[in-house]
Design a protein around this ligand. Structure first.
Ligand SMILES: Nc1ncnc2c1ncn2[C@@H]1O[C@H](COP(=O)(O)OP(=O)(O)OP(=O)(O)O)[C@@H](O)[C@H]1O
Ligand SMILES: [Zn+2]
Length: 476
C-alpha cells in the first residue's frame, strides 16, 4: 500500500505516518463534545473526520486504539479563562440536574455517531470519572509549573519551551483574546483547577489541595490521553479552534508532566469548520442545526456524511440545504446503480477491478483526500469492463474506508419522510397504485386528484424520474 501522509499542524507540513511504537498499534485521541447541548452538525464534522482517519488507518492494517472523551465538566463559555462552566450554565438555565443533562446529551451524541456510521471508539471516557487522576497530574506539576490564586491553580506558560508553537495567533492579537484574570502572571496562563468562589453554588465540585472546585478543561484531555494511550501517542485531533488555545495548553501540560520536550502526540491534526453564510456553526450562538433537524427535513444522516466526504477535511465546508440535497442525490444514484449491479450477479467475469483499489489507496494516503476517492468509486461502479460481481466485491474497500454502508443500505432507506409530513409511506404507495390504475383507465381527473391530495400532504409525485424515485417530499 501507499505510504500514508498526514498534515501535522505543529510542523505545519505533510509528514509520512509511521506508528510510534508498532507493538502498541496506532493510538489516536480526539477531543470530544461538551455535553451541555446537542452536537450541531459542525461538531459532527469533526467526528466524521476522525472516523475517516481511523478507518484509513484500520484499512491499512493498523491495530487502532481510539479515544473520544466526553467533556462533562470544565469547559468555560470562553475557551480562554473566562465565563461560566458551559455545563453549569446550561443546568441553571434549564433548572435541571447537571448529571441528567450530561447523560442525556452524551446518549444523544452516541446516537449521532451511530447514525453517521462512525465506528464506536475504543474508549469514550467521561471527564468526571477522572477527577482523582486530574488532581494527581496537577499536583505532580504544581511545584515547577504552577502558582495559586484565590480563583484556582494556574499554569505558568513560560515554564515550558516554545509555548504556543501550535497556535497561529500566538502574537499580540492572539493574546488579547484571552480575558484577564486578576493576578495571572501572563495573559496566556490558564487555570488547571478552578476553585469555587465563596458563596458560589456549583452542582459539580470536588475537594482538592487547592480547595473545593472543578478541573480545567485542558487538564482533562492531558489526563485522559495519558491514561488510555500513554504519555506519548500517535495522533491527537480536534477542530481548528482547538489549535489556538486548548491544544497549546494541553501540550504545555504534557511537556510539564513528562519533564521533556514531548508534546504528547506525534501528529496534531485539525479539521476545518463547517460554516453557514453567517459564519461558523456554533452551539454557543443559540441557533444551530442538529443531525435530527436534518432528518426532520427529510434527509438521511448519511447524506450529511456524504456532504462531509465531498470536501477535504482541511477546507472550510459551507452548509446549505441545496448542498445537502445534492449529496443525498449522489448517494441515491450510487445506491441505485449498486442495486442494478446486484441484479446482474451472474454476468460473466471480465477485466480486473484492482486498479480502483490502488486509486482509492492513493487518494486517501494523500492526507485523507476523500473528495478524490469518491469519483474513483463512481468510476468503479460504472465500469462495464468489470463484471458486476467484481465491481461489488471491489466496492467493499470503499465501504470500509469511506464509511458509506453501500452494501446494506437500500433505496427505501434514503427516502426519509420529514417529521412534518402528514402521511405515511404505506398510504403513499397505495395512492400511487390507485393513480396508476386511474391513468391506465385514462381517468385523468381521478389521477390529478390523487396527485393534488399527495401534494397537500407534502409529497410531490415524480413521473418519469430517472432515479425511479416515484415521489419525494417537498421541503417542510
Ligand atoms: N463549526 C464547526 N465545524 C467543525 N468542527 C467544529 C465546529 N464547531 C466546533 N467544532 C469542533 O467540534 C468538536 C466538539 O466541540 P465542543 O462540543 O467542545 O463544541 P463547543 O465549543 O461546545 O461548541 P461551539 O464551539 O459550537 O460553541 C471540537 O473538536 C470542535 O473543535
Ligand atoms: Zn481536548
Amino acid at each position: 500500500m501507499t505510504t500514508l501522509s498526514l498534515y501535522d499542524s505543529l510542523s505545519r507540513s505533510l509528514r509520512a505516518f509511521t506508528p510510534l511504537d508498532p507493538a502498541k498499534g496506532v493510538r489516536v485521541y480526539s477531543c470530544g463534545p461538551t455535553v451541555y447541548n446537542y452536537a450541531h452538525v459542525g461538531n459532527l464534522r469533526a467526528y466524521v473526520f476522525t472516523d475517516t482517519l481511523s478507518r484509513v488507518l484500520a484499512w491499512k492494517g493498523h491495530d487502532l486504539t481510539h479515544v473520544i472523551n466526553i467533556t462533562d465538566v470544565g469547559h468555560l463559555t470562553s475557551d480562554a479563562d473566562a465565563g461560566d462552566d458551559k455545563m453549569e450554565a446550561a443546568a441553571k438555565r434549564a433548572g435541571k440536574d447537571i448529571w441528567a443533562i450530561a447523560r442525556h446529551y452524551t446518549d444523544a451524541f452516541k446516537q449521532n455517531l451511530a447514525d453517521l456510521n462512525i465506528r464506536t471508539p475504543t474508549h469514550l471516557p467521561l471527564a468526571t470519572d477522572h477527577i482523582a487522576e486530574m488532581i494527581d497530574f496537577a499536583a505532580a506539576i504544581e511545584e515547577e509549573h504552577c502558582y495559586r490564586l484565590d480563583s484556582g491553580l494556574y499554569f505558568d506558560v513560560t515554564t515550558v519551551p516554545d509555548y504556543g508553537r501550535l497556535a497561529r495567533t500566538a502574537d499580540d492579537a492572539g493574546e488579547s483574546r484571552i480575558d484577564p484574570v486578576a493576578g495571572k502572571r501572563h495573559a496566556q496562563d490558564f487555570a488547571i483547577w478552578r476553585t469555587s468562589a465563596p458563596g458560589e453554588k456549583r452542582q459539580m465540585e470536588w475537594n482538592s489541595p487547592w480547595g473545593r472546585g472543578a478541573p480545567g478543561w485542558h487538564l482533562e484531555c492531558s489526563v485522559m490521553s495519558k491514561k488510555y494511550l500513554g504519555e506519548s501517542f500517535d495522533i491527537h485531533t480536534g477542530g481548528i479552534d482547538h489549535r489556538e488555545i486548548h491544544h497549546p495548553n494541553e501540550i504545555a501540560q504534557n511537556q510539564a508532566h513528562c519533564g521533556c520536550g514531548d508534546t504528547g502526540a506525534a501528529f496534531w491534526m485539525h479539521n476545518n469548520f463547517l460554516v453557514e453564510r453567517a459564519g461558523k456553526m456554533s452551539k454557543s450562538s443559540g441557533e444551530f442545526l442538529t443531525l435530527q433537524s436534518l432528518v426532520d427535513r427529510g434527509f438521511h444522516p448519511l447524506a450529511y456524511r456524504m456532504l462531509c466526504l465531498q470536501a477535504h477535511y482541511r477546507s472550510e465546508l459551507e452548509f446549505s440545504w441545496d448542498n445537502l440535497a445534492a449529496a443525498q442525490v449522489r448517494l441515491k444514484r450510487l445506491v441505485q446503480a449498486i442495486e442494478g449491479l446486484r441484479a446482474r450477479m451472474d454476468a460473466p467475469q471480465k477485466g480486473s477491478a484492482a486498479a480502483y483499489r490502488e486509486q482509492l489507496d492513493a487518494a486517501v494516503s494523500e492526507d485523507l483526500n476523500t473528495p478524490k476517492a469518491l469519483p474513483v468509486l463512481d468510476a468503479l461502479i460504472a465500469d462495464k469492463k468489470v463484471s458486476p460481481a467484481d465491481r461489488l466485491a471491489a466496492m467493499k474497500d470503499f465501504v470500509e474506508v469511506l464509511g458509506l454502508p453501500l452494501d446494506t443500505i437500500k433505496r427505501e432507506d434514503l427516502r426519509t419522510r420529514p417529521a412534518s409530513a402528514t402521511i405515511d409511506e404505506a398510504t403513499i404507495a397505495e395512492r400511487l397504485t390507485q393513480r396508476q390504475e386511474a391513468r391506465a383507465a385514462k381517468d385523468f381527473a381521478a389521477s390529478d386528484a390523487i396527485r393534488d391530495e399527495l401534494a397537500a400532504a407534502g409529497v410531490e409525485v415524480m413521473d418519469g424520474d430517472p432515479l425511479g424515485w416515484e415521489w419525494r417530499v417537498t421541503a417542510g
